[in-house]
Design a protein. Structure first.
Ligand SMILES: [Zn+2]
Length: 145
């Protein structure tokens, strides 16, 4: 039996990425969010987005997990933030790829999303998000006569 130096953690940490509202790439691992802190030719260094938390994750240039800090986050997971960011992204994608009215996309995606009551309360309303989506759509669609 071989003992890996990092045996307390699963080597196949569940990595994925999402884009923040500002279009910044964010790393998602175990329901926590990380922003890129430093990049070298062979490694990317990510740091937890919660201020005051210094959890880090290192991945290689092929996005393969290498290392994470040996301590824990002092705060709860960002599952809500991840879900709402993902939801927003999902909506935007449909807004840009479909001709479905924005209000309907909003309603449909909200209905599908497994959001907690708290996240729903924090998520922008249809009215709040509408203008943003109209602008995004206008950028790529020809103006209709
Ligand atoms: Zn953290």
């Amino acid at each position: 039996m071989s003992i890996s130096p990092d045996s307390t953690f699963d080597a196949n940490e569940n990595l994925s990425s999402i884009k923040s509202n500002k279009g910044q790439p964010l790393l998602v691992m175990n329901e926590q969010l990380y922003k890129c802190n430093k990049k070298t030719a062979r490694k990317k260094y990510w740091i937890c987005i919660v201020s005051g938390c210094s959890m880090v994750v290192h991945i290689d240039e092929n996005d393969v997990y290498l290392y994470r800090g040996k301590w824990d986050h002092h705060h709860e997971s960002n599952a809500d933030v991840i879900q709402t960011t993902h939801l927003r992204q999902q909506m935007k994608e449909r807004v840009l790829n479909e001709l479905t009215p924005i209000g309907i996309i909003y309603e449909e995606e909200m209905a599908k999303a497994p959001l907690s009551t708290a996240s729903v309360a924090l998520f922008p309303t249809n009215q709040e998000i509408h203008q943003t989506f109209v602008k995004a759509r206008r950028k790529i669609l020809p103006i209709l006569p």
